[in-house]
Design a protein around this ligand. Structure first.
Ligand code: MSP
Length: 512
């Protein structure tokens, strides 16, 4: 039986252009999706855009456009960013698509049938930027002395008729969920925050608005549109065919992993499971919340004018160095800073020196001293085994890390092997063996080629383009690049293409 894996990113608001925060979640999901595919899983990787709600409506108005035309334009821009970042999504859902309206409406109806929705009137604080209702007790004093949301977003007093979801009835079941299935929310520090929020008692959730109409009409009462978060969360269901449980993709439900930023954990770890429980649907296996990037030490914001478009970084540094930097620099789950200096340092030290040089040294010696063909596998010495044994374990060790979203640790695991290879090549000095013991030289170069093949195979999810080139240079054919293929050694005598540097050093333009 094929093993299935369903991973999602948040669907992004179309009120602004794609930035590095969006790219970050999506690259992380992409690394996981690519890794699971290489491990033989049938993967469904979902992303998309969140196009309804007052915030998007206002942004469209400000641009002098109809909301849908505005959403079309920004959704296309997100896809462009995805193409430039090599995001291998299987589906891109837009909440303005009919298939989504159908899924979201069906979810609503189930909740209503199960007695979890009632009509009332909402009176309270709303932060448009967060599209979130806040209780009085959650507000804090902003820099100018006014009350603001805990996120710093401005709040307004809203009073209107509204449907409510009986969230208050789900507190105990949610706490039980966090208790019995600790992996449901990760990292653990965030789980504790969520649990203590729930323990304080949950209020029923206002789930419809009447003061604007850019949204999915409430079934049976079209004066109301659905609250944008209920609409948005439903995307994870509608993309797999809900409510049609005979749809081909329905087998992917429940999702294995929702990747989200820490700012939207509450919606995914409280509202979402409660809505699913209310509708009698299975719960996702896991919600993982990652940290935030600052830019050169500062919060990224439109007002500071420091919003980073990932495409600009790709233009300057190249795609794989940027993907590598994002996954390497920030311990997945923590916060980190994105700076030009840090990117260049990672490129020059870890990519150019550690990995690039290793490949170049190995491949150029094979080209020069082995007639450009892959040498035979020799008898392994203790040193050869000491190098190859941990390399061989990489797919397995990393798989366990990837399943915990320890994406940075998994890279560190590969770098341990890369550093060991560099120590090995220095110590074995195959260039000296040419005259004294050419058989051993062949063996050493073959050990290095085998180690590099494993390294390049397991790094494909992080750096698909460069690792594609590295595998080609190592003589690994297209059908030999998944983890299962690593069990079969490459035949000796395979002709290798002329080696070419894969990770050039980055030199500041003014210094050239
Ligand atoms: N539309 C909602 C999500 C609905 S999911 C059912 C939304 N969209 S968003 O466009 O605001 O995108 C938010 C995502 O981008 C979050 O995961 C958030 O954490 C991430 N980031 C926004 N700025 C970020 C950084 N500076 N750093 C890292 N990620 C950040 O919320």
């Amino acid at each position: 039986m094929t093993r299935r894996y369903y991973v999602t990113t948040p669907i992004y608001y179309v009120n602004g252009a794609p930035h590095i925060g969006h790219a970050y979640t999506s690259v992380a999901a992409d690394v996981i999706a690519r890794f699971k595919r290489l491990a033989g899983f049938d993967v469904f990787f979902l992303t998309g855009t969140d196009e309804h709600g007052q915030k998007v409506e206002q942004a469209a108005q400000a641009a002098g456009m109809e909301p849908i035309a505005f959403a079309d334009r920004v959704a296309a821009d997100f896809r462009d960013m995805y193409d430039k970042m090599a995001i291998s999504y299987d589906d891109f859902i837009r909440t303005t698509e009919p298939r989504h309206a159908e899924g979201a409406s069906a979810l609503w109806k189930r909740l209503e049938e199960n007695g979890h929705i009632y009509l009332g009137a909402y009176e309270g604080w709303y932060a448009l930027r967060d599209e979130c209702f806040y209780g009085e007790d959650e507000l804090v004093t902003g820099p100018d002395g006014t009350k603001v949301a805990p996120t710093g977003a401005a709040v307004e007093w809203v009073k209107e008729p509204s449907y409510f979801f009986r969230l208050s009835a789900f507190g105990d079941r949610l706490l039980e969920l966090y208790e019995n299935q600790p992996g449901f929310i990760e990292p653990a520090s965030r789980r504790n925050e969520v649990a203590s929020f729930v323990r304080q008692g949950l209020r029923d959730l206002s789930i419809s608005r009447t003061s604007f109409n850019w949204g999915i009409p409430v079934p049976g009462d079209p004066k109301h549109v659905m609250y944008v978060w209920v609409d948005a969360l439903a995307n994870y269901l509608s993309a797999v065919g809900f409510p049609d449980e005979t749809a081909a993709r329905w087998d992917f439900w429940p999702a294995n992993l929702h990747l989200v930023g820490k700012d939207i954990l509450r919606f995914h770890a409280i509202y979402w499971p409660a809505l699913l429980m209310g509708a009698g649907l299975e719960l996702p296996r896991r919600v993982f919340s990652h940290g935030w990037w600052t830019i050169e030490g500062q919060k990224m914001s439109k007002s500071l004018g420091n919003v980073v478009d990932p495409r600009d970084l790709v233009e300057t540094f190249g795609l794989d160095p940027v993907r590598f930097f994002l996954m390497r620099e920030m311990p997945f789950g923590g916060d980190s800073d994105l700076s030009r200096r840090a990117i260049i340092s990672r490129m020059n030290v870890e990519l150019a020196n550690d990995l690039g040089n290793l490949a170049q040294r190995t491949l150029s010696q094979i080209a020069r001293n082995c007639g450009g063909v892959l040498p035979a596998q020799g008898t392994h010495t203790a040193e050869d085994t000491a190098l190859l044994a941990p390399a061989t374990l990489l797919p397995q060790i990393m798989h366990e890390q990837i399943d915990r979203q320890a994406l940075t640790d998994a890279l560190e695991e590969v770098w341990k092997v890369i550093r060991a290879c560099n120590a090995y090549i220095d110590h074995q000095a195959p260039w000296k063996l040419k005259k004294t013991d050419s058989a051993r030289m062949n063996d050493v170069l073959r050990v290095l080629a085998d180690a590099l093949r494993i390294i390049a195979t397991v790094l494909q999810p992080y750096m698909p383009d460069s690792m594609d080139r590295m595998l080609t240079q190592l003589g690994v054919e297209a059908g030999e690049r998944d983890f299962a293929a690593l069990d079969t050694p490459l035949p000796e005598g395979r002709v290798l293409p002329a080696p070419q540097g894969i990770f050039p050093r980055f030199v500041e333009p003014e210094a050239t």
